[in-house]
Design a binder for this molecule. Structure first.
Ligand code: RP5
Length: 165
């Protein structure tokens, strides 16, 4: 059996853990192997670049990168690999995450970062799962089941609302 591709979850600081842990939990719920690291585009630039450059050889299929403020982490990782990179802009204390969002999303042509919403850790995990599911039918079934659960939950809420008015 071929080895399952891993997802790398990289964060700029341990202060990002409360948000990033939501992505890690979601990935684990799909049975996706996860590796998490603190690495900074500014404080450990060489480590970040080396990680991205070796990611294919080390068994990863997608990189998720979370950072706040001048959030260049996802971009630096994307510059050093052709693997899909998903960016999570972390809500910052000074500009409410708009700084992080723009720093993550506004990449130059040729170096895409698939950017989710500010603090959108869960969607980052689901998007990573959707990418990996292209080569993993079992994971694809789990995603379909998740969609059905979401649908059932909304229908249930609709019923409750109808009864209450
Ligand atoms: C970014 O700066 C990190 O991703 C974090 O969101 C923010 C603040 O980092 P710390 O000062 O808490 O280490 O690099």
């Amino acid at each position: 059996m071929t080895q399952k591709l891993k997802v790398a979850v990289i964060m700029g600081s341990d202060s990002d853990i409360p948000v990033v842990s939501q992505a890690i939990e979601r990935l684990k719920s799909f049975g996706i192997p996860v590796e998490a690291h603190v690495m900074s585009a500014h404080r450990t630039p060489e480590r970040a670049m080396a990680f991205a450059a070796a990611a294919y050889d080390n068994g990863f299929g997608v990189i998720i990168a979370a950072a706040g403020k001048a959030a260049h982490l996802a971009g630096v990782l994307a510059a050093n690999t052709t693997m899909p990179v998903i960016g999570i802009p972390i809500k910052s204390s000074t500009l409410d995450g708009l700084d992080s969002l723009l720093s993550t999303v506004q990449m130059p042509s040729g170096v895409p970062v698939a950017t989710v919403a500010i603090d959108g850790a869960e969607n980052a995990a689901i998007l990573a799962a959707q990418i990996l599911a292209l080569g993993d039918p079992e994971l694809g079934e789990k995603l379909k089941a998740m969609k059905r659960e979401m649908e059932a939950a909304v229908i249930e809420k609709d019923k409750k609302l109808s009864k209450s008015i």
